[in-house]
Ligand binder design. Structure first.
Ligand code: 5AD
Ligand code: SF4
Length: 441
């Protein structure tokens, strides 16, 4: 989501006449887009600001002004505090207000230190220009598209409902227009984004409320849009129509990021996830019977307050039962203002580390098994960019793995059947059919 937001900030600034530079040392304006989800991510901002201080000072010696901005969820959560703590910062802007960026920048260049973290009433997307076709064409055949923002779930560990606010869904017609414009510019794969994307309930062009499934069926009708994905989802919002979409829509990739966080009912309850471990297992069974080829990805937290050895073992068991193709796992980090923070941070860091290591070993084993299971299979790869080796292209498998293939550049942005010959740690290697090579050359 932050990658998408950064691009939109770039778009808003480009429309106001600013141009990007590849070197920070050349920039008159540097905006850090930040994440507040765990303490480590939030603290990184301040170490980065320390580095930027030096850059700003050395540019000042040559008479150049450098404006430093902080955007994203740290900006939203800390606002004024950032200005107080980091003298180097000229402007602070929350994720709801990127349309105001050009105005904030011109105020800051006049010497004002500006902070904007209010939640505006209107849809921020109405005010941000769509990415120009020319720019889109340089960004490769895949794109993100935000359809929903914010979250009403209030998991007790999570800052998102506070930093990103209540759940808001964009109108389906606007999403379809944006998707069509992307496809016109050469985009072939769109990932729909939202903090809780499968809770999408936007106004449909027919006056009814559309679910994510309904939106996906409509997007799948767009000519030239070959692949669809969505992220991130909550298990409670995996509705029957969405599961059916996985069965019905060949364009909907068989890959699902469906975080469970923990495998112990007691901890799930304390996290306010509002489902049990068995309910999640049953849900996975239903999704897999609709789309047997589907691979799962997940998020896990170890060391939530009160987590015992047995609770952790329940998480390990859930992972063994479900089998993930990919996963992200984290040590619990208490976040100020969340209900979880009231519970203290009772699991010692050494225990968290031990559990994280064990969990990650199991998840890595599963990821490697999944990678290995692709060898010998033949499936479509969407070629995105040239590879590191001369003559090589890199594309993505339906399950999001990078696939390296010796192929001519004329096949960039095309979908080609590839037979997998080998696995790397995170990527696959494959070969094109002779026919594809003949046609391309
Ligand atoms: N501590 C550790 N991990 C967290 N996440 C969210 N909040 C916290 C926290 N306080 C993880 C969850 C979520 C992912 C984006 O980040 O696993 O799914
Ligand atoms: Fe945070 Fe996801 Fe829970 Fe929402 S559903 S509160 S974003 S973890």
């Amino acid at each position: 989501m932050n990658v998408y937001d950064s691009d939109r900030m770039g778009d808003a600034l480009a429309q106001a006449g600013y141009a990007p530079t590849a070197e920070a040392a050349e920039a008159d304006l540097i905006v850090l887009n930040t994440c507040h989800i765990r303490e480590k991510a939030a603290e990184k901002v301040y170490s980065e600001l320390g580095r930027l201080r030096k850059l700003k000072d050395s540019r000042a010696e040559t008479g150049k002004q450098t404006l430093i901005g902080v955007a994203g969820c740290v900006a939203q959560a800390e606002g004024e505090e950032i200005i107080k703590r980091a003298g180097v910062v000229d402007l602070v802007v929350g994720p709801q207000s990127y349309q105001a960026l050009p105005d904030l920048v011109s105020r800051a260049s006049g010497g004002e230190r500006v902070v904007l973290t209010e939640f505006p009433d209107e849809d921020k997307f109405d005010h941000i220009p769509q990415t120009p076709k020319k720019v889109l064409a340089t960004r490769g055949p895949t794109a993100f598209l935000t359809v929903q923002e914010g979250c009403d779930k209030f998991c007790t560990f999570c800052v998102v409902p506070y930093t990103r606010g209540a759940e808001v869904s964009r109108d389906a017609a606007k999403i379809l227009d944006e998707a069509r414009a992307m496809v016109d510019a050469g985009v072939r794969e769109i990932t729909l984004l939202g903090q809780n994307v499968n809770a999408y309930h936007g106004a449909g062009p027919d006056g009814s409320v559309w679910s994510l499934a309904k939106l996906l069926y409509a997007l799948a009708e767009i000519d030239g849009l070959w692949r669809l994905r969505y992220t991130t989802s909550h298990p409670r919002d995996m509705s029957d129509d969405l599961i059916a979409a996985h069965r019905d829509l060949p364009a909907l990739m068989p890959y699902l990021h469906l975080p469970v966080q923990a495998g112990s009912d007691r901890i799930l309850k304390a996290m306010n996830r509002r489902h049990t471990a068995d309910a999640y297992r049953q849900l996975i069974d239903r999704i897999r019977s609709a789309q047997p080829d589907l691979a799962l990805s997940g998020d896990f937290i170890v060391g939530f307050p009160g987590e015992t050895d047995q609770d952790f073992e329940d998480t390990m068991q859930l992972v063994r039962d479900v089998e993930y193709a990919q996963a992200y796992s984290f040590k619990y980090s208490p976040r100020p203002g969340t209900p979880g923070a009231e519970l203290g941070d009772t699991v010692p860091d050494a225990v968290k580390s031990e559990r994280l290591t064990a969990l990650q070993a199991l998840l890595t084993e599963q990821q490697q098994a999944f990678q290995a299971s692709r060898v010998g299979r033949r499936f479509d790869v969407l070629f995105e960019k040239v590879g590191r080796k001369p003559g090589q292209l890199v594309g993505r498998s339906p399950w999001l793995q990078p696939v390296n293939v010796m192929a001519p550049e004329s096949l960039l942005r095309t979908l080609q059947p590839v037979t997998i010959t080998e696995t790397g740690t995170n990527s696959l290697f494959g070969t094109l059919d002779d026919v594809a090579l003949d046609v391309a050359s």
